[in-house]
Write a protein that binds this ligand. Sequence first.
Ligand SMILES: NC(=O)c1ccc[n+]([C@@H]2O[C@H](COP(=O)([O-])OP(=O)(O)OC[C@H]3O[C@@H](n4cnc5c(N)ncnc54)[C@H](O)[C@@H]3O)[C@@H](O)[C@H]2O)c1
Length: 254
Amino acid sequence: MKLENQIAIITGGGGVLGGAIARQLAAEGATIILFDIRAEFAGKNAESVIGAGGAAEAVGLDITNADDVRAKVDDVFARHGRIDILVNCAGGSARSRIKVFHEQSLDVVRDVIGINLYGTLNCTHAVAQHMVAAKSGKIVNIGSAVGVQGLAGCVDYAASKGAVVSATKSLAKELGPLGINVNCVSPGQIPREAPDDPEAFARQHSFLNRIGTADDIANLVRYLVLPEASFIIGQNYVVDGGRTLAMQGSDARA
Ligand SMILES: NC(=O)c1ccc[n+]([C@@H]2O[C@H](COP(=O)([O-])OP(=O)(O)OC[C@H]3O[C@@H](n4cnc5c(N)ncnc54)[C@H](O)[C@@H]3O)[C@@H](O)[C@H]2O)c1
């Protein structure tokens, strides 16, 4: 196990990707702190880590509340004495409120950017101070293939995730010389529930004959926080079964 004695904060730790990342980092020996606005979902993922023999705890918070983020991060540091890893995974699109931009409410736009961009920056700001003092740390941001390629109906989401990619590069330049690796993983479509027609879903969302899984994303996040990846900074890795290879549209093979 390569992350023994390390403390890893995973935001969005109650979610599908956050849960898979938690289980993979715990399998390497890290103690996992799951931050999520849905504390009960974070609690369930913590239980699954503990059930597999790992160590985890759930913390309820809203990452858009910078003061609360700082208080909760400082509390983790006070209780554990270190913070080695931050995975900024909390986020999402407007989902049921998705609309083309010129018809979208600017309140929704602000919400989406607030969670994906400010939430990520709030957590990074609070955690980086501890990592800078320790002269070591790993930060992995979760972007989106949409932030790289764009998608109609998702201007707010694409803008926020594109900004996460550019923040990753700038943070890497600032924090790299201080001993901290910052990178980004940008997933393609990873279904949160099994689709009715898996073959059609795979065909629509990738150039491979299978559906992307949360572990496809977690595998790379785990690698990026291991010592083997210590010479990698400022990169954005798209993990999407080739979806962004498509020239246009949301159907990869249209
Ligand atoms: N699943 C996909 O297809 C996909 C594709 C590209 C990018 N992503 C990104 O991956 C990340 C995880 O997505 P997921 O599929 O696991 O979704 P998910 O909805 O299962 O998990 C997201 C988690 O973030 C939490 N969250 C939302 N707002 C929050 C806030 N203000 N404060 C604290 N927690 C908050 C939610 O409660 C949820 O548990 C997101 O950033 C998402 O944009 C997902």
